[in-house]
Design a protein around this ligand. Structure first.
Ligand code: GLN
Ligand code: ZN
Length: 756
């Protein structure tokens, strides 16, 4: 019989109970036992619910109070000195100090989990590191479930992925530590076997990366060692992409089962069927764990049957492509979604129904799941036929977009001259990245508008008031290129998505980003167009208040794409081009209204890079083209800025240059201008604003500090191409710091002007 299986479930709870509990705990309002009890409650509820949806292999042990990579580091005793741990179980105080920092203790570095929007804590390791089992977490949670009584399948992050996701303080290769960590894994597995655990799931997501030979060898070695000792049957899980050239490595590992992501890695299937020995179980990840669209059950059954024809159904599992951590919990909570769109969606709970139906359909035939198949067919038909999702005017416009639209009228040197003439800026011009503090007052007014307690008119008067104040203050402070402050925006993506056709929004569609932080990405379901101007009103109003240049502020097409759930019935490139055309209209409207500088933010540009090197060039090609399509229509004397943060540029500097923005602002403070090296070595031709104020910290840097950073910058970049600005937007800061820091920033720029 085919097994309906799941790889991981969201932790946060239907009402974000985990978030609330964590924040109360951190505020000292909920003690550690209270927090632990809420964790137990959530786990029990989620295990039961998964069984209720027909899942027979329900995962356990993947629940986390903050992050599963941190949990693994703690379990293995890989805890840097100074955090209050010596041996035995890791206390909540140590755990949260590692996650978030504490008095004098920095948090572990945080970074993106593969190409998702989830962030994990990077294990801080060192050569010769010792490992020790502090607590067998998977076993503890297996027993916790068993007491309910529910049978679960413990989940572990595999040893090779754990090490490769870590960093060593001495620069040695984390894989050197493999022989140190394997005995701990062996002991965990032995204890699980002794507790009669039948199956264990070991995740090795590094299998989806380009793996050096050394990593492939490490995988072979690790599983050969673990195979020697007592252990439950091992399901080895790979996800987030095809195995490609690592398939041979994965297929040769001595494990009972292999999970394949057949949503992103469908190309693996034939090779996997050919390579896998008959006794190997195959877990088929056919329900998309990364996106919110309903599965086409009939098509998927076709694929499953193709596998069953080759291998029979005796050793098959059906599963989501990856953990469901990356999708919202339950579509049934959404009462305000357009019913048409809602009919095309499936969140975590609905995806489990799909998995169970597929397993049953495979074993018992279509008739056994007739109702589910009929509903799925109807949704597929409705989505294909929807005239809102497929709009002739959008398609025609896109088809008519010619390559010349992606290129500015003149090359940069001519544009630079025209812009200098028009703007008349001093050397080292000062500006900000766009947002000013989203104070409690600003958020209260928006909430009151949402509840209908404030009329649209009254709300707009308030926004105008904040803009007027901000403009006056920027003039008084001596900033050169002003911004309106983005007070009207709830979020840099949602604000635009709400005004474009083709997007929908959830009420409870939260997905964990890190720790207690969740995001509810908009759902991009239909052809995109801009029914009316989006920012024009505010930028024009702000410009009317001052003779200094006002900078219009837009979120770029790649970032709009990257931070949404994107339709899966069109290539991402096509969707991105639709957004680019809508933004192009906005850019041209701003220009016509006399806005001389327009910034198109692309903080997510780098995030979009595919995991595999071979796919990167294609992504960069269309991402650059989309940016240029949005920006390319303006006259020479209109200055286009872009902004990127949390980014490294070394491997994409040629792409950044190809975007051909007149000015790019980047986050550089924490790297002490190191990031500029890449621009210097590449001889980046356009203007650059390296951030001189780390806006993630409340600390106000002195004029001298900022001037020193700028001095360093002049060593890398010709001074006449440098701008002076903070690292990023100021929405999370308070006005007191903003006033002080920007005054210092202007002073620093003046120091440099005086010196040249
Ligand atoms: N313009 C945006 C702001 O200032 C940019 C935000 C970002 O880069 N993440 O808030
Ligand atoms: Zn930024």
């Amino acid at each position: 019989m085919t097994i309906a299986s799941n790889l991981g479930f969201p932790r946060i709870g239907h009402r974000r109970e985990l978030k609330a509990a964590l924040e109360r705990h951190w505020a000292g309002e909920l003690d550690a036992p209270g927090l632990a009890a809420i964790g137990r409650d959530l786990r029990a509820r989620h295990w039961k619910l998964q069984g209720g949806h027909g899942i027979s292999h329900v995962p356990s042990g993947e629940f986390s109070f903050y992050d599963h990579v941190l949990d693994t580091a703690c379990m293995l005793g890989a805890i840097p000195p100074g955090y209050g741990w010596s041996d035995g179980p890791v206390s909540p105080a140590t755990y949260f100090a590692l996650a978030r920092g504490a008095q004098g203790l920095p948090a572990l570095e945080m970074t993106k989990w593969f190409d998702t929007n989830y962030h994990y804590l990077v294990p801080r390791l060192h050569g010769g590191q010792r490992f020790a089992l502090t607590e067998n977490r998977p076993l503890a949670q297996f027993r916790e479930a068993a007491s309910l009584p529910l049978r679960t399948r413990p989940v572990l992050l595999g040893p090779v992925s754990f090490l490769m996701l870590g960093k060593t303080t001495d620069g040695s290769d984390p894989l050197d530590l493999l022989d140190g960590v394997l005995p701990v894994y062996a002991r965990i597995l032995r204890e699980l076997a002794e507790a009669n655990v039948a199956w264990v799931q070991i995740d090795e997501p590094v299998l989806a990366l380009d793996l050096p030979q050394r990593a492939k060898a490490a995988l072979g070695h690790a599983y050969a060692v673990l195979h020697q000792g007592p252990a439950p049957e091992i399901l080895l899980a790979s996800y987030f992409g095809p195995l490609g050239d690592t398939l041979a490595t994965a297929a040769a590992l001595p494990v009972a089962a292999l999970h394949l992501d057949l949503v992103r890695g469908a190309t693996d299937l034939d090779a996997a069927l050919a390579a896998l020995p008959a006794e190997r179980w195959l877990s088929l990840g056919v329900v998309d764990g990364r996106n919110v669209w309903r599965n086409d059950l009939r098509a998927t059954l076709g694929l499953l049957r193709r596998v069953a024809d080759r291998r029979g159904t005796r050793r098959l599992m059906v599963a989501p492509s990856c953990s469901l951590l990356h999708v919202p919990l339950d579509l049934r909570q959404e009462t305000r979604l357009d019913p048409e769109v809602k009919g095309w969606l499936a969140f975590a709970e609905q995806k489990l129904d799909e998995v169970a139906a597929l397993a049953r359909g495979l074993d018992e035939g279509d008739a056994a799941i007739a109702a589910q198949l009929a509903a799925s067919d109807a949704a597929v038909r409705a989505r294909r036929a929807s005239t809102a999702a497929h709009r002739a005017e959008v398609r025609e416009r896109l088809a008519a977009a010619v390559p010349e639209m992606e290129t500015r009228a003149s090359p940069f040197p001519q544009r630079q001259a025209a812009q200098r003439h028009r703007l008349g800026l001093p050397p080292f011009p000062t500006t900000t990245i766009g947002s000013f503090p989203q104070t409690a007052e600003v958020r209260r007014a928006r909430a009151a508008l949402g509840r209908g307690e404030l009329t649209a008119d009254a709300y707009e008067r308030r926004v105008e008031g904040w803009i007027a104040e901000a403009v006056r203050w920027q003039e008084d402070t001596g900033l050169d290129v002003l911004v309106h402050g983005e007070f009207e925006r709830n979020d840099m993506v949602k604000y635009f998505a709400e005004q474009l056709d083709g997007y929908a929004f959830t009420q409870h569609g939260w997905v964990q980003s890190y720790g207690s932080r969740c995001v509810a990405p908009p759902i991009l379901w239909g052809d995109v167009s801009r029914p009316r101007p989006m920012t024009l009103r505010w930028s024009a109003y702000a410009q009317s208040l001052t003779r200094r240049p006002m900078k219009g502020m837009l979120t770029g097409p790649v970032t709009m794409l990257q931070w949404s759930f994107v339709r899966d019935d069109l290539p991402r490139e096509t969707v991105c081009r639709q957004i680019a055309l809508a933004l192009r209209d906005e850019v041209l409207d701003l220009e016509t209204a006399g806005i001389p500088v327009i910034q198109i933010d692309e903080p997510a540009f780098r995030e979009g890079l595919p995991l595999r090197r071979a796919e990167r060039a294609a992504y960069l090609r269309w991402a650059i083209a989309c940016f240029r399509l949005a920006a390319g229509g303006v006259r020479d004397e209109t200055q286009i800025h872009t902004h990127m943060c949390y980014s490294e540029f070394n491997d994409i500097i040629d792409a950044i240059a190809a975007m051909d923005a007149d000015v790019i602002s980047i986050e550089t403070t924490r790297s002490d201008m190191e990031l500029l090296r890449v621009f210097a070595d590449f001889a980046y031709p356009n203007e650059i604003g390296p951030g001189v104020w780390d806006i993630h910290s409340p600390r106000v840097p002195s004029p001298e500090e900022m001037a020193t950073l700028l001095q360093h910058a002049t060593a890398a970049i010709p001074p006449d191409r440098l701008w002076v600005n903070p690292d990023c937007g100021l929405k999370t800061r308070g006005w007191t710091e903003v006033r002080a820091a920007l005054a210092n920033l202007v002073a620093a720029a003046r120091t440099l002007r005086a010196a040249t």
